[in-house]
Design a protein around this ligand. Structure first.
Ligand code: AHG
Ligand code: MN
Ligand code: MN
Ligand code: MN
Length: 341
């Protein structure tokens, strides 16, 4: 058996966060919140694993505020987030894809300065076909514990995020996290019941050889998006001079994870069909947290016309076009939008 240095043991997420609190001054209230979120993600992971045996697949029969039919697991995952985060003592309020209004903290619990935005189950159309799904979260810190938690309190641009991340429920469960000093990946050690640091120094290469877009919407694309994709698929004989690969999982978490691990670019652009809604993906709990992670990994995230994290919000469920990943690729697509406008 080869000699093993005991100091090589992968830190648990909690060990990592506690070290960061001591060594870099990471706010301990944020550590408490991240611990609660990680616990929620472990609980969701557990409730997903038994699938049809546990009777958790299929539709819940209800609709959320954006008119989507909720899956049973959308509702279960939302309840799990609320249950594990409400009592943290550090939250001012929460905003979820599955809740119409800002979620107040029950009076029996202490309140704090943090606001948590979450997409409890991302990619829920993939649940019944047993394809990877995830949970996404974004965290803001207010100056003070607010008296009220109306929309004015929570509607801040993404540049104000202090942490963001997601859990990916794939062949293994992973938690990817940034607190503003790069992106780290933690893999769920199912024996220990803990996330453990397995991916350090995540970096997205500036150039890409892979793009992701729902091509069934080509009929409604704007010219800059059409031009970009057409040039990619022309391959070696086209203006890009190389062959691009294409992927579409339909779980944003899985697409962003692929980009953080091996590079590429992801587009859910504004098109003729979704223009009146401003796009498809939601700013607070899909676009902003993923933009934060991607920028922290050296990539870029844009609407095609604006840096996503600089979009000034006006409502908690607002949608935005999303183009993110490899820096040079996003710059090229932004350039095509500028030429077109
Ligand atoms: P959600 O399941 O949280 O509603 O999000 C689904 C999102 C996102 O994960 C994915 O990128 C996109 O919707 C898929 O859209 P299409 O069905 O148009 O492919
Ligand atoms: Mn949904
Ligand atoms: Mn989603
Ligand atoms: Mn969702």
């Amino acid at each position: 058996r080869p000699e093993r240095d005991v100091t090589d043991t992968a830190l648990t997420l909690d060990q990592h966060l506690l070290h960061a609190a001591r060594e870099t001054g990471l706010d301990t209230d944020l550590v408490i919140l991240l611990n609660s979120i990680a616990t929620a993600c472990k609980a969701i992971s557990a409730s997903l694993r038994d699938g049809a045996l546990a009777g958790v697949l299929g539709s819940h029969g209800s609709q959320n505020v954006q008119g989507e039919t909720q899956k049973k697991l959308d509702v279960i995952a939302n309840d799990i987030f609320l249950e594990h985060c409400a009592h943290s003592g550090v939250l001012a309020c929460m905003v979820s894809e599955e809740l119409d209004e800002v979620q107040e903290i029950p009076a029996r619990f202490a309140r704090g300065r943090y606001v948590l935005f979450f997409d409890p189950l991302d990619g829920s159309s993939n649940i019944d076909v047993n394809v990877s799904v995830g949970s996404i979260f974004s965290i803001l810190r207010l100056e003070d514990v607010p008296e009220t938690t109306d929309y004015a309190t929570v509607l801040r641009a993404g540049v104000e995020q202090v942490a963001a991340g997601y859990a990916l429920y794939g062949p293994s469960t992973m938690l990817m996290l940034s607190t503003g000093d790069g992106v780290r990946g933690f893999t769920l050690d199912t024996g220990l019941g803990e996330f453990r640091l397995t991916h350090d120094d995540i970096a997205i290469p500036a150039a890409a050889g892979e793009f992701a877009i729902n091509a069934s919407r080509a009929q409604w694309w704007e010219p800059p998006v059409r031009r970009y994709v057409e040039e990619c698929v022309q391959g070696e004989s086209g203006p890009r001079g190389k062959t691009f690969n294409m992927r579409w999982v339909a779980s944003m978490v899985a697409e962003v994870h692929r980009i953080l691990i091996r590079g590429g670019v992801f587009l859910y652009p504004m098109d003729e069909k979704n223009r009146t809604q401003g796009g498809k993906l939601r700013l607070f709990y899909e676009a902003n947290p993923m933009a934060f992670l991607v920028e922290q990994a050296g990539g870029a995230a844009s609407t095609g016309r604006t840096r996503i994290m600089e979009v000034e919000p006006d409502q908690p469920h607002q949608r935005v076009p999303v183009i993110l990943g490899a820096r040079d690729e996003v710059a090229l697509i932004d350039g095509y939008h500028a030429e077109f406008d």
